[in-house]
Ligand binder design. Structure first.
Ligand code: 6PG
Length: 472
């Protein structure tokens, strides 16, 4: 049998779908899974009749691949990835390339690139977005590592990726762990948008008393607008329309209100704090998941801590997309993207990633979870002004802010009068209001710091560092 073009380790659902995608695009493949029975099941099932062979062990796997070998690892991020690298390394030869397609921490990827390259192997850390369906039909891919390693897989990735009007949803991201860094930030934005849509659902349900069907209709309306047309709005509509097969009730209402997380949102926030990037909307979405997981404490607190009752408030007409609520959703969504792009541009300078912001927006336009029409505007904004310091300053986005800020503020005031938490909406309003305020009250913070700790302060009327003996 002739040697295969492409190798895959890890037959989870993502791995299976990616190898089927590669094979469909003309790359004969070989697969390896720690449990051989899983490999056999795959070859007898979804892999049957395709140019896909199985391997019993890693030696056999490596032998079945043409050189230089191109091996995609789809295993659990962390120790499992290190274990696979350690086990396969003795069989690799100079120029062979390992690609990590999991959600790895970018610092781990930095370390692995350096280690593997010191042994003359190639290593690519690649963010893959799009869930199981995307993996099969065309994901968005964010590969980072040495450019020559990327060149060896460019044609494969170009064919496997989702396609949009201006090309495929993959490009060389940059050196080291940059691919996984960009994927991490993608997920931070994903957390933000998911929470924003959840907040809008809560208000529609609790303030306006809307049914699942009515809320789904609003999502359908939003999904037809330039500002909100997106995969996440589309699946929110689907979730809201889905009924429990047992009793026909809205299925969403039967789901426990505790959100899980695998770490990427947390890593986004940690990186943002370390880099000095302001990401309040994204942070609020992470914190909302943390609060949601404290179910029993919240049940206890509800009996003790009293709040106002629900205020009768007009969130807008269903037939025109509930205008003030749509304002809140649009501005918070824009803020999530703006904050994500800002982390990327600060990280690019700090870590020498040399990230191309328009290209990142371009490869997120298709295949990935945060794909949306807004990404075309984001791509245009960074193409028009490569030095753009914050997306909100682009004329199109600034116009959205100026038109929609009163709506956002109204919705927040309704929510707070009704005692309903809207962490992403409120953080977005504070973010925008802070950003557009040239003089903030941190002069007083500086005074306090100098008063108790002699930390000194700068003045607005003259140069230098100053200290005052405040307590004399
Ligand atoms: C994607 C998703 C994917 C996965 C996340 C979800 O882009 O395809 O982001 O990577 O669904 O791991 O993350 P949480 O479990 O942390 O929500």
């Amino acid at each position: 049998m002739s040697k295969a073009h492409f190798g895959l380790i890890g037959l989870g659902v993502m791995g299976e779908n990616l190898v089927l995608n590669a094979e469909r695009n003309g790359f004969s493949s070989v697969v390896y899974n720690r449990t051989f029975s899983k490999t056999q099941d795959f070859l007898n099932g979804r892999g049957a009749g395709k140019s896909i062979q199985g391997a019993k062990d890693l030696q056999d796997f490596v032998n079945k691949l043409e050189r230089p070998r191109r091996i995609l690892m789809m295993v659990k991020a962390g120790a499992a990835t290190d274990a696979v690298i350690q086990k396969i390394s003795p069989y690799l030869q100079e120029g062979d390339l390992l690609i990590d397609g999991g959600n790895s921490q970018f610092a781990d990827t930095e370390r692995r690139v350096a280690e593997l390259e010191s042994k003359s192997f190639g290593y690519i850390g690649m963010g893959v977005s799009g869930g199981a369906k995307g993996a099969l039909e065309g994901p968005s891919m964010m590969p980072g590592g040495t450019k020559s390693s990327y060149d060896a897989i460019e044609s494969l990735l170009n064919k496997m990726a989702a396609q949009v009007d201006d090309g495929s949803c993959v490009c060389y991201i940059g050196p080291g762990g940059s691919g996984h860094f960009v994927k991490t930030v993608h997920n931070g934005i994903e957390y933000g948008i998911e929470q924003i849509l959840a907040e809008s659902y809560d208000l529609m349900k609790r303030v306006s008393g809307m049914s699942g069907e009515q809320m789904a209709n609003v999502m359908s309306y939003w999904n037809q607008t330039e500002e909100l047309s997106s995969y996440l709005v589309e699946i929110t509509e689907t979730c809201l329309r889905t009924k429990d097969p047992v009793d026909g009730d809205d299925l969403v209402e039967k789901i426990m209100d505790k959100a899980g997380q695998k770490g990427t949102g947390l890593w986004t926030v940690i990186s943002a704090l370390e880099l000095g990037a302001a990401v309040p909307t994204i942070y609020a979405s992470l914190n909302a998941r943390v609060m949601s997981s404290m179910k029993s404490k919240r049940e206890e607190a509800q009996l003790i801590l009293k709040g106002p009752s629900i205020e009768n408030f007009d969130l807008g007409d269903i037939s025109n997309g509930m205008s003030p609520l749509m304002d809140a959703v649009v501005l918070s969504t824009i803020a999530s993207y703006a904050q994500g792009m800002e982390i990327l541009s600060i990280a690019s300078a700090e870590y020498n990633y040399n990230l191309e912001m328009p290209s990142i927006a371009q490869i997120w336009k298709g295949g990935c979870i945060i794909r949306s029409k807004l990404l075309k505007r984001i791509q245009d904004a960074f193409n028009n002004d490569p030095q753009l310091s914050n997306l909100l300053l682009d004329p199109w986005f600034a116009d959205q802010i100026n038109r929609r800020l009163p709506g956002l503020a109204k919705v927040i005031s309704c929510a707070s009068n009704s005692g309903i938490p809207v962490p992403c909406f409120s953080s977005t309003l504070d973010y925008i209001n802070s950003f557009r305020t040239s003089r903030l009250p941190q002069n007083l913070v500086q005074a306090m710091r100098d008063c108790f700790g002699s930390h000194t302060y700068e003045r607005v009327d003259k140069e230098g560092d100053f200290h005052t003996e405040w307590l004399n």
